[in-house]
Design a protein. Structure first.
Length: 103
């Protein structure tokens, strides 16, 4: 997963938001993780993303171009790209881009 900050503390001194482009190559599966006490909003530009979430990643949803995904604060989730096309998305998150991997 490649994250490129657009609006962030590191790019323009933003103090309350991180927004950037996130790319998941074909075959990519992220580690199970959460973003601490901030919410995330994801807008899919291209590709098909499978989002898994829950304490045991027991829930699943598919998203494609034009779809929005909301991830509540503290929710453990995982992004999966099982397609043959890269997934390109725009992500907005309160605060900085904190990523906490979990077992």
């Amino acid at each position: 997963m490649t994250r490129v900050a657009g609006v962030a503390p590191s790019t323009c001194g933003a103090g309350g938001i991180w927004m950037g482009e996130v790319v998941c190559e074909p075959g990519f599966t992220s580690a199970a993780h959460h973003h601490g006490d901030v919410e995330s909003a994801i807008y899919i530009i291209s590709g098909q993303l499978t989002m898994r979430w829950g304490d045991k990643l027991e829930h699943r949803a598919e998203a494609g171009p034009g779809d929005f995904i909301y991830v509540p604060a503290g929710v453990v989730h995982q992004e999966v790209n099982v397609g043959d096309e890269r997934v390109v998305s725009v992500v907005a998150r309160g605060g900085d881009n904190v990523v906490v991997n979990v077992d």
